[in-house]
Design a protein around this ligand. Sequence first.
Ligand SMILES: [Zn+2]
Length: 445
Amino acid sequence: MLRIKRVPTVVSNYQEDETENVSRSTGCGRNCLNKCCIEGAKIPLYAFKKLNKISGSKGLCCEYENSVPPVAFLDSLLLGEWEDRMQRGLFRYDVTACETKVIPGKYGFIAQLNEGRHLKKRPTEFRVDKVLQPFDGNKFNFTKVGQEEVLFRFEANENGNTQFIPNDAIDLENSPSVVAINVSPIEYGHVLLIPRILDCLPQRIDRESFLLALHMATEAGNTYFRLGYNSLGAFATINHLHFQAYYLGVPFPIEKAPTKKIMTLKDGVIISELLKYPVRGLVFEGGNTLQSLSNSVSDACICLQENNIPYNILIADCGQRIFLLPQCYAEKQALGEVSAELLDTQVNPAVWEISGHMVLKRKKDYEEASEENAWRLLAVVSLSEERFQEVCALIFEVIDTVDAENTEGSSSMPEEHDDGCLKEVEARNNTTRPLPMTGTKECLV
Ligand SMILES: [Zn+2]
């Protein structure tokens, strides 16, 4: 079994004193989300309307064309509540004071100096060779966070429109899906989406949970707001199902990379391959419904999980493009195949780093940050071309390709966007409502 020493990032203020006895029925005194304290708790509810009918091929956001989108509300709710928690001093450090810069070069990698994120070390043995591991209630999990870390519940309104209920009592029969702060944020508005929190699901993708994450991206409707997912073995630090999300006011380098179409599934989902990017990956977009897009991605994830292949996901472009990135950094690390130079940086290449937002822990690395260095790190994260093709074959086997308009073969023209893609991303960003930056952070753009 492969084991490496890992320093987990503290994502909740309750993560470090988990040895306390929390089994008293009168409440553990921490006002947590566990059975001891949840009874009678009231947490605001953002109930979204399930959007599933897509008209035209322009994408998933177009259903809002003829009506006023509730998106401004989700943005302002999320950021308003997030800032409130910042005022209340719930974060471990002030992320808005972290130095950030765009690294000169073609891709515009973003470097952040974050010296606070890995303080308060508590080394633990972390198993990295199994993507699927059972939930362990004795280890830290999100039922142990304080209710003040929760911003609101995010759930589908099964029979109606988008709705917000400020003081909604929790129904313990239906495990709530919640949005909570990440107390070690790496950017403005960094939150966690925890599907059906009380069901204590391990970190693994299923169709329903992935659809919830996709709904959050479409509901936010802001291209600066992305969701990410790290599987176990791909730098998830907590084995309790969660997505992360934050605002970044510039395109991620991965969003600018050209792509080549591989196939169109019968329900209209297009799968492409990333080109000219250090990490090999697939891009999913289109689809007749949000659910078809969601199902294709989650089926691919389930395939990777079952084959014990660690991976990361980035949900970008308001849920219209999803990047799936199998990776092997932890495996190489455990096998001693990562250079000491890279290990010294202590950079954990999770979804944000892979997408091009390099969170650096040492001033030296920040000052010396270059496109070449970022590229070198990410190249180690990537599967080899041969292995990547094997993994793609596994995925395509399980994804429904019946009636697919298959474009495989040498005659098809690659649909490269190359530099035009960058303009496209920028154009899209320009047409989006500007990011409500109410904080003190300097905008990158
Ligand atoms: Zn409690």
